[in-house]
Ligand binder design. Structure first.
Ligand code: ASP
Ligand code: MG
Length: 452
């Protein structure tokens, strides 16, 4: 079971977590995020300190206050509370010294930054362990990363064996900090990326062949569309791993995308539930889903304000969809990939597209195909930045056996409509009929609604 930042962010929600966890009869491993907003605050405080802004101390004081108050409110007064305050106090003192060091030398390395953010989960997890009477285990000892292309990536094999070793005899209730890890060579603190607590839980669930993975969050599960855009959006009760992955990669912020793979591999169902509405059914993600026949469109998600970069030319012949990975030097954002015959398109955030030259490096099966500056020719590949700005990159998931049929029709209709209404020629669309998933690029003003 994993509880996110909002679930452990307030007195009421954390007490709800306590009730949910205590209602479980089977042995359970609980993974928690930092108290809601704390990771951002830790990053912000370190940036302020590094910039020589003395008011970082105020930010830090707020971090201290949040934890101290939380303990006062949720742990009954007495010896246990005093001991916990002392333990938290020690961690906060370490943190204070680190911030002061940064302020003095005005330098903030990645390594220091990773150390700082790790305190969020270290603090929250000992509070929740005490609150739920669970045994605390340090995930830095068994979630191991290695450095690849200057990024920390999970060493799956090592991690799996360490997780199995650690939990070879499983106490009734275990509490583990999410998100944090250590480098397998140096032992330095690393993490699994923002939102990574979901991933921690999935890694442990997969390593131990758990019966299920529960992700407890602040929404009722996956919605048919973004409820902030479409008010009539409702919860989708069942999704396949593929559908959920596609929706997650497309801005549905319910689950951290890497989470799905390890459990999908082991065929462990994921249950997404709402800590603030534990009675709600939530969403189950599993291999086989029963197809409701009543709704044509199962879900829509989208990423606003994107730009399209297309690559075409003979060089693209034989370069297939899943074999291509793109390294982006100018973008920090993930690039989505669409293909159609000899044309490959990348969708990137608009604001990024405007700054500096875009350098793309393409790999196929680990071999670098070429490195190119957009708008220049290279090895038969012509990269050019389409002038399309302010696009919505949308993803439709269709239900039903004839989903591919509907997907095809929808593709035609959307295309036609967009051209008719806006005179806008859609850059590229990709139909993945077998999976009943349609990706589409739309002008921003052409918002869509499942009711239409
Ligand atoms: N606390 C981390 C973050 O805010 C990890 C997580 O919430 O899953 O990104
Ligand atoms: Mg989260």
């Amino acid at each position: 079971m994993k509880f996110g930042g909002t679930s452990v962010g307030s007195v009421n929600s954390i007490l709800s977590v306590k009730r949910i966890v205590e209602a479980v009869d089977e042995p359970v491993i609980v993974v928690v995020s930092a108290l809601g907003g704390i990771t951002d605050k830790l990053i912000n405080t370190s940036r302020m300190a590094a910039a020589g802004d003395a008011s970082y101390e105020n930010e830090f004081r707020e971090i201290v206050y949040r934890h101290v108050e939380m303990i006062k409110e949720v742990i009954p007064a007495g010896e246990a509370q005093v001991a916990l305050q002392r333990q938290i106090g020690e961690l906060l003192n370490e943190l204070k010294d680190i911030f002061q060091g940064i302020y003095l030398i005005k330098d903030l390395s990645q390594k220091t930054s990773d150390t700082i953010v790790s305190y969020g989960e270290r603090l929250s997890s000992i509070i929740v362990a005490q609150l739920t009477g669970a045994e605390w285990f340090d995930s830095r000892k068994f979630i191991k990363t290695e450095k690849k292309h200057s990024k920390h990536v999970l060493d799956t094999e090592l991690t799996n064996s360490l997780v199995r070793e650690t939990f070879s005899s499983l106490p009734k209730r275990v509490l583990v900090p999410g998100f944090i890890s250590t480098d397998k060579m140096t032992g330095e603190v690393t993490n699994l990326g923002r939102g990574g607590s979901d991933y921690t839980a999935a890694i442990i669930a997969a390593a131990l062949d758990a019966d299920s993975l529960e992700i407890w969050t602040d929404v009722d599960g996956f919605m048919t569309a973004d409820p902030r855009v479409i008010s009539r959006a409702y919860t989708i009760n069942e999704l396949s791993y593929v559908e959920a992955t596609e929706l997650c990669n497309f801005g549905a912020k319910v689950v951290y995308p890497p989470t799905i793979y390890p459990v999908c591999h082991k065929n462990i169902p994921i249950l997404v539930k709402n800590t603030f509405n534990p009675e709600g059914v939530g969403t189950v993600i599993k291999r086989e889903v029963s197809d409701p026949q009543s709704k044509a469109i199962k879900g829509i998600s989208s990423i606003n304000d994107t730009s399209l970069i297309t690559v075409q030319g003979l060089g693209m012949v034989g370069v297939f969809n899943d074999d291509i990975a793109v390294c982006q030097h100018s973008f920090n954002v993930a690039v989505s990939l669409l293909t159609m015959g000899t044309k490959v398109a990348f969708v990137v955030g608009s604001h990024r597209a405007q700054t500096g030259p875009v350098v793309l490096r393409m790999h196929q099966n680990g071999v670098v195909l070429g490195s190119v500056i957009v708008q220049h020719c290279f090895q038969n590949l012509i990269f050019h930045l389409d002038e399309f700005e302010g696009l919505i990159h949308a993803l439709f998931v269709f239900a039903g056996h004839d989903g591919h049929h509907i997907a095809h029709k929808a593709h035609m209709a959307v295309n036609e409509q967009a051209v008719m209404r806006t005179g806008f020629r859609i850059g590229l669309a990709c139909l993945r009929v077998a999976r009943r998933i349609l990706r589409h690029i739309l002008p921003c003003k052409d918002r869509f609604d499942p009711g239409h």
